[in-house]
Design a protein around this ligand. Structure first.
Ligand SMILES: [Cu+2]
Length: 108
């Protein structure tokens, strides 16, 4: 069997055992001008959904070489979804309430 065939067979086996899992969705609430929870450890490709459970507008920001994100105005009740594709440590903040911080560790 060629090397390519072996690699393909390995990939199919991984898929069959579920090792290549579907991306997970992580829910985060914003209330009291804070993220709850305020730290997450996730896998590459996972999504984080940030819910504005405050009665005020937020503005979700991520400043990172691999992810430059700006939600614009996030109204109360409005969810914002961020997909983290690349491993690394990211800090999600609010452009209005700069003391807000959510640490997201993306580890393979
Ligand atoms: Cu805010």
């Amino acid at each position: 069997m060629s090397r390519i065939r072996l690699a393909l067979a390995g990939l199919l086996a991984l898929t069959a055992t579920g090792a290549l899992a579907e991306p997970a969705v992580h829910e985060v609430s914003q209330h009291g001008k804070a993220f709850h929870p305020d730290t997450l450890t996730i896998a590459p490709g996972d999504r984080v959904v940030l819910h504005n459970d405050d009665k005020r507008v937020h503005n979700i920001r991520v400043f990172h070489p691999k992810l430059d994100f700006n939600s614009g105005k996030q109204e109360p009740g409005e969810p914002v979804t961020i997909t983290f594709d690349e491993p690394g440590t990211y800090y999600v903040t609010c452009g209005i309430h700069t003391q807000m911080e959510l640490k997201v560790a993306v580890t393979p």
